[in-house]
Design a protein around this ligand. Sequence first.
Ligand code: 4NP
Length: 162
Amino acid sequence: MSESRQDKIRVLMVCLGNICRSPTAEAMLRKKLHEAGLDDRVEVDSAGTSDYHVDSPPDRRAVAHGERRGLRMQPLRGRQVERADFDRFDFILAMDEDNLADLERIRPAGSRAKVALLMSFAPHAGAREVPDPYQGGADGFEHVLDLTAAAADGFIASVRSN
Ligand code: 4NP
């Protein structure tokens, strides 16, 4: 196996609470990587910019909606982004502009991670951000699934082309 084949791409999905959007984005990308036969090329994790839900399981609504699309989120637990993540991960992908601004604020100088909005991988999906579904209804959770699915497809296409 060549060196480049062994080098994993590490991706961290980030939202505010790490119980709705980013665990959904994590599970969605993991599922699509598996379907694409790329499990061994990419590692996925998620975290929150806040410490509100450290060690908590994902929101039960996110889990229920995700399950209907074959996502496995139950074992995930909340954690807060830390400075070391900027060296551990190649891509740190924010769900919205607030998350992105918070990440830029704590980003250590000279860190190697590419920090961007997740939806930059799906420019044709018509959304710049993955909106926070926490205070809303079922539609919000379905929208998160649609958007994260489009972004996961775009991310996988970029892995394949590089
Ligand atoms: P998330 O949603 O950032 O997608 O995990 C939220 C979850 C919890 C809170 C806000 C957003 N909260 O304020 O507790």
